[in-house]
Write a new protein. Structure first.
Length: 340
């Protein structure tokens, strides 16, 4: 008679663009494009016919998968290590398989064939390949479940001794960019705008995020028609307070709005926005009020930045790349950061 006990793995998100963390024992960690499980302990206990413990085996389970922004096929590597045995348990026979739902399939659900007989310090490692085919415009929410079969003899159990779900659903879509791909949707995408690359545009976004929005995320609107309309309300002819160009202060001046017109938070009447001039002085970006007749209060819902048109256009193109890079769908939220 035998019993198995595992220490449940806990879900834990880390920064969306960081590498999958495999250092936290007992945790599933996830990034936008990766899921890891590290240090989940499973204990096998062998009892005699009187219910007394006559041996144990301790195992450590780790898994790791990396998703792709341009493919709907990905690998998951699983490693099981026997860290200790005692009593009449001198080795363990370990089999393993995975099931998945949501339209995914696997050519082989087992990371290794049959069972692996492992003593103390023994390790079994193998890979399962998932595939989620999608038609144009398609979307699938994929889940996976892991099963481990463990016995202390040569017998192979017909039912799993222990099983667990991957707590992070995977979303595969064919709605963004030229190719389908997959992400962990519960880990929000990070869009980073470099001050070095995008100058006053990045300075405008960073100031607005800190001074006006307290770092709140934006929500993507995939419609170019509504984005163009929002831009008109903030920077264009539909604003009740026209944007006044300042080419004498900012050469090649343009109106750069934040929140973006391509976000559902954008499109506020420009009369309600803070009008600012970001200027690079002694290697540091300084923010100035653009108009004495319209003082900045810090309570505005939006900002209009006087930004060199090249920086403005470059940041707009980058936003389009970021959407595809991180597979951000319509109505999905994303974070915006400014970096050096």
């Amino acid at each position: 008679m035998a019993d198995l006990k595992n220490i449940p793995a806990t879900a834990h998100a880390i920064a969306a663009n960081d590498a999958c963390d495999i250092t936290q024992p007992g945790y599933f960690t996830a990034t936008r494009f990766g899921i890891c499980l590290n240090g989940m302990e499973v204990t096998y206990t062998l009892f005699n016919d009187k219910g007394a413990v006559i041996g144990t085996g301790l195992m450590n389970v780790a898994t790791s998968m990396t998703l792709s922004a341009t493919r709907t096929t990905w690998d998951e590597t699983t490693t099981v290590k026997v860290t200790n045995v005692s009593g009449q348990v001198t080795s363990l026979n370990i089999a393993y398989d995975v099931t998945c739902g949501g339209g995914c399939g696997m050519s082989d659900a087992r990371p290794w064939d049959g069972t692996k007989t492992l003593g103390r310090g023994g390790t079994a490692t193998g890979t399962v390949t998932y595939n989620t085919p999608l038609a144009a415009g398609g979307l699938a929410n994929v889940t996976s479940k892991h099963h481990m079969y463990v016995v202390a003899s040569s017998a192979i159990p017909v039912q799993p001794n222990v099983d667990w779900d991957n707590p992070w659903p995977i979303r595969c879509d064919n709605q963004v960019g030229a190719n389908p791909g997959c992400v962990v949707p519960d880990v929000r995408a990070n869009f980073e705008f470099s001050l070095t690359e995008f100058g006053g545009a990045a300075a405008t976004y960073g100031w607005a995020q800190n001074a006006l929005r307290d770092g709140a995320p934006l929500t993507r609107d995939s419609s170019t028609t509504t984005a163009d309309a929002r831009r008109e309300y903030t920077c264009g002819s539909k604003s009740s307070d026209p944007f006044v160009y300042m080419d004498n202060v900012v050469p090649n001046d343009s109106c750069d709005e934040y929140p973006f017109a391509s976000s559902y938070e954008g499109g506020t009447n420009g009369a309600l926005c803070a009008d600012i001039v970001p200027l690079l002085e002694n290697g540091q970006w300084m923010i100035y009020e653009a108009r004495t007749d319209k003082p900045v209060t810090g309570t505005e819902p939006c900002v209009r930045g006087h930004v060199d048109n090249t920086d403005n256009g470059g940041a707009g193109l980058a936003l389009g790349r970021y959407v595809q890079r991180d597979r951000v769908l319509d109505t999905e939220k994303y974070n915006v950061y400014t970096t050096n």
